[in-house]
Ligand binder design. Structure first.
Ligand code: BGP
Length: 479
């Protein structure tokens, strides 16, 4: 069982979920700053408000206060032996509104300091440019990525980052989980595309989504071209949310449904990697009467700006049943059925380590590019004991089983895998629910859903476990 010697072991976070400091250093308001806290127990969803409203609870405003704790946090990662650390750059620290001509120096300086801190310990920063935190101003005044104008705003932002950090960051990703928009949930469209729910009224979700995703894909391709011109050694990837969709049974229609649903959720990878749309999508646009603005120039750009590697997140899998009222097997969540072979987390996420190996093979069969697993983790309620310890054996079990499946894919199927960054080494705000109590970390952060706590950091049981995993290049999993 051998992973490459320079295997990138680490962890991943996103700026808006960890940093806080929402108004520090000239930062503008991001879409994450106008999302209230939800709750898994009462099933209260996050709400997107029209600006910051007094008296509302916005968990991302302070988050885990990494903005002021980053030195302590990076020191914890170094203690575990991290080789890399994936984070994102908050767009609104660099361009607070989006249409300024010059970047904000204080914002750029914050990431200079952060990346220097990582390099001090030999930790390679891995950076996502847009991770659910585009400027609220861009969403409100321009309509987010439903507007072609936003392509230029993104490219300007990406170019400013590439130029500034060309000697400090080698690995980049353009848009986090660009394909989650396939699920018609308004918070996905706002997080991935910057489209506010009230701008969707009276419109066909899917048509808006295809348009927005297209402009993002063009923006991504242009950014990749710009990045490679700035530093030819840059490795710039896409980032796909991978939840494999299995057939519910071996009935041929279920098999076909699963295959078509995989197309519906993962075509974004085709465009990122091959620089062109699959044929079935043109057929679907025609059938649905969607009028998507895709120019000949766009097609050329997509071809020229393909990615260097495929990064993906993996948390769970789904199963689908063919339904008579869906004769074209169009992707839709309503056709999903529970998988009786799997258990789920307290948030209903089905636990499936084998699915990770399946996903790696699925990508490797279709695309001849290295892979990187940039998110995989277990959100759970942790309990701190009176002596300050946290026994998170369930997290160790989840991560251990997934790392084992990952290593089997490398060993048995020869998958070209660059690294593994679990989500998220330090407790942070959940993206889907806005909760602090949905914890993923090796490091506990003393703060609860109500926002109470000292923000003090402490090591959980899994901290020591992961340190050993890294030390042995994964071999301790088999002990
Ligand atoms: C992915 C996102 C992350 C992260 C993770 C866990 O979809 O890229 O930002 O949050 O999922 O999700 P959650 O925080 O909702 O538990």
């Amino acid at each position: 069982m051998s992973l490459r010697k320079d295997f990138l072991w680490g962890g991943a976070v996103a700026a808006h979920q960890i940093e806080g400091g929402w108004q520090e250093g000239g930062k503008g308001i991001s879409i994450a700053d106008v999302m209230t806290a939800g709750d898994n127990v009462t099933k209260k969803p996050r709400v997107i408000t029209d600006g910051v409203i007094e008296g509302e609870n916005y968990p991302n405003h302070e988050a885990s206060d990494f903005y002021h704790h980053y030195k302590e946090d990076i020191a914890h990662l170094a203690e575990m032996g991290f080789k890399c650390f994936r984070t994102s750059i908050a767009w609104t620290r660099i361009f607070p509104k989006c249409d300024e001509t010059e970047p904000n120096e204080a914002g750029l300086q914050f990431y200079d300091d952060l990346f220097d801190e990582c390099h001090k310990y030999g930790i390679e920063p891995i950076v996502t440019l847009s991770h659910f935190e585009m400027p609220f101003y861009m969403a409100k005044e321009y309509g987010g990525f439903a507007n072609r104008a936003c392509i230029d705003f993104f490219v300007k932002f990406a170019t400013a980052c590439f130029e500034r950090y060309k000697d400090k960051v080698k690995y980049w990703m353009t848009f986090n989980e660009i394909n989650n928009q396939a699920d018609p949930i308004p918070h996905h469209l706002v997080q991935e595309g910057g489209i506010l729910p009230w701008d969707l009224e009276g419109k066909d979700y899917e048509e808006v989504m295809y348009q927005s995703a297209h402009y993002e894909l063009v923006a991504s391709a242009l950014a990749i071209k710009a990045g490679h011109a700035i530093n030819p050694d840059f490795k710039i990837g896409c980032m796909i949310a991978m939840c494999p969709i299995y057939p519910a049974t071996c009935k041929p229609e279920d098999i076909l449904a699963a295959s078509r649903f995989m197309q519906g959720k993962y075509w974004y990878t085709d465009v990122h990697v091959k620089g062109k749309y699959p044929n079935w999508l043109a057929k679907k646009f025609a059938r649905k009467g969607y009028n998507i603005d895709i120019t000949e120039e766009d097609k050329k750009i997509l071809k020229e700006g393909v990615v260097d590697y495929i990064a993906f997140s993996y948390y769970m899998s789904y199963a689908v049943e063919a339904k008579e009222d869906n004769p074209y097997y169009d992707y839709r969540e309503a056709d999903f059925v529970p998988n009786g072979y799997l258990k789920a987390s307290d948030w209903g996420w089905q636990i499936d380590p084998v699915g990770l190996r399946y996903a790696m093979n699925w990508f490797a069969d279709r695309f001849d590019l290295p892979l990187m697993i940039v998110e995989n983790g277990f959100g759970a309620y942790d309990k701190m004991e009176d002596d300050g310890s946290v026994d998170d054996s369930y997290r160790i079990e989840y991560l251990g089983n997934h790392i084992k499946a990952m290593m089997e894919a490398v060993e048995c199927e020869g998958i070209d895998l660059m690294g593994y960054t679990m989500w998220a080494p330090i407790d942070i705000v959940s993206a889907s629910t806005g909760e602090m109590d949905k914890r993923y970390g090796f490091v506990y952060v003393d703060k609860n859903n109500a926002g109470e706590g000292t923000l003090a950091r402490s090591r959980k049981k899994s901290f020591y476990w992961y340190k050993k995993v890294i030390e042995t290049n994964g071999m301790s999993i088999f002990e």
